[in-house]
Ligand binder design. Structure first.
Ligand SMILES: Nc1ncnc2c1ncn2[C@@H]1O[C@H](COP(=O)(O)OP(=O)(O)OP(=O)(O)O)[C@@H](O)[C@H]1O
Ligand SMILES: [Mg+2]
Length: 375
């Protein structure tokens, strides 16, 4: 079943939680709603489920307006942010619940229910704990049971509100792969809410980035990663350094003297420019006086002090304080800190030490002009 969200707005008191949200979701698609806490993700899911009504706009299922369709008739399965299994029921009875609650005419026989529940428990790989109670399960197992319970009534739409939010990183990673496989088997149109960009990029067919109640961008994981529509999206998808400057002569003149080539700067003389650079797109060299100049005598990089180096595994994460921002590391303006990542091997080969002065040069920058305020 496809879902069409048409111009949905929602206000709580005088707080605007959703602003003119429109989105088409194809039948069988797995969509990730991605955005910071409070941006409106849960509100949008609740509106789709029919647990909340929009002030303006409408939700259509396969072209049909759902405004007058009751929650129970929408055919929506919901897995909530915090697991909500019935504590006094066994795993089996939890999963069977929706089937047993069906009106008599539609209710399957107990034998059919048993067959169905056991096949769902097999699907989530937990058929061996059918007789346990929720308190005897791990968090990850509970979430899988919650998912099996949602699937039992064969929903046409599956809404997952941060289903793995409460779990540790390793279990989350396993479950998100498992969810992707499950979706590929069942093809239920699914909306998956998360505020973890890695999770969204790994699991979803399409990512919808929401900020302050508005859709900032939607596209495949690759599209939003390669062509972020705004500084917000760029910053939200990964760690980033911001350098401010001005466009002139087809280049960006950063406030600290360095210049960057930039196709975006071509027709925008004098415009305020914001250059965003990912930590792994920064080259790092040891500083020696006079050396950090390009052929025209201009600084070729940013001179900065290495204040902290965290070397764990294959990557060295460096925190640098730009020269001119001369306070000690403890009270340096954290916005001014530069974060760089280099291979740990390079870090050791160079013999870098905390406290040394280095030159940092962006290999690649994403430039937003003028209208784009800082993150
Ligand atoms: N019933 C309500 N009454 C008043 N304000 C509400 C209500 N429900 C949500 N809000 C507000 O609307 C905004 C969006 O809430 P929502 O729960 O949709 O955010 P979210 O994106 O799911 O955040 P999180 O990632 O923290 O779960 C928040 O600022 C929240 O305080
Ligand atoms: Mg939420």
């Amino acid at each position: 079943m496809s879902i069409e969200i048409r111009n949905v707005s929602k206000q709580f008191g005088d707080f605007q939680a959703l602003r003119d949200v429109s989105l088409d979701i194809a039948s069988g698609e797995l969509i990730a709603l991605l955005g910071p806490s409070g941006c409106g993700k849960t509100t949008l899911l609740r509106i789709i489920a029919g647990l909340e009504t929009p002030d303006v706009g409408s939700i259509h299922f396969s072209g049909e307006d759902t405004t007058d369709v009751h929650v129970r008739e929408r055919g929506v399965g919901f897995v909530f942010q915090h697991y909500a299994l019935f504590r006094h029921m066994t795993v089996f009875d939890n999963v069977a619940f929706g089937l047993r609650m069906k009106p008599r005419g539609e209710r399957p026989s107990e034998a059919k229910i048993k067959e169905k529940v056991m096949s769902l428990l097999k699907l989530v790989q937990l058929d061996w704990i059918a007789d346990r109670y929720p308190s005897q399960l791990s968090g990850g197992q509970r979430q899988r049971i919650a998912l099996a319970r949602a699937l039992a009534v064969e929903p046409k739409v599956l809404l997952l509100d941060e289903p793995f939010g409460a779990l540790d990183a390793k279990v989350r990673k396993e479950l998100r792969r498992w969810l992707r496989r499950l979706h590929d088997e069942l093809h239920v149109t699914s909306i998956f809410v998360t505020h973890d960009q890695e999770e969204a990029l790994e699991v979803a067919d399409r990512v919808v980035v929401i900020n302050q109640g508005r859709i900032e961008q939607q596209g495949t994981p690759q599209q939003v990663w390669d062509n972020p529509a705004s500084p917000f999206v760029y910053g939200f998808l990964g760690d980033v350094n911001l350098f401010k400057g001005r466009a002139s002569d087809g280049r960006i003149h950063l406030d600290d003297g360095m210049q960057l080539d930039s196709p975006e700067a071509g027709h925008a003389d004098g415009t305020r420019a914001f250059a965003y650079v990912r930590p792994h797109d920064l080259d790092v060299e040891r500083y020696s006086p006079g050396q950090a100049l390009d052929a025209h005598g201009r600084p070729s990089g940013i001179v900065a002090q290495l204040s902290r180096a965290i070397v764990v595994g294959p990557i060295a994460r460096l925190e640098l304080i730009p020269e001119g921002n001369t306070q000690s590391a403890d009270n340096a303006d954290s916005d001014a800190l530069i974060e760089a990542q280099i291979p740990a091997q390079q870090f050791h080969d160079m013999g870098l030490r905390e406290g040394e002065t280095l030159v940092v040069t962006p290999r690649r920058a994403k430039v937003f002009l003028d209208q784009a305020a800082g993150i």
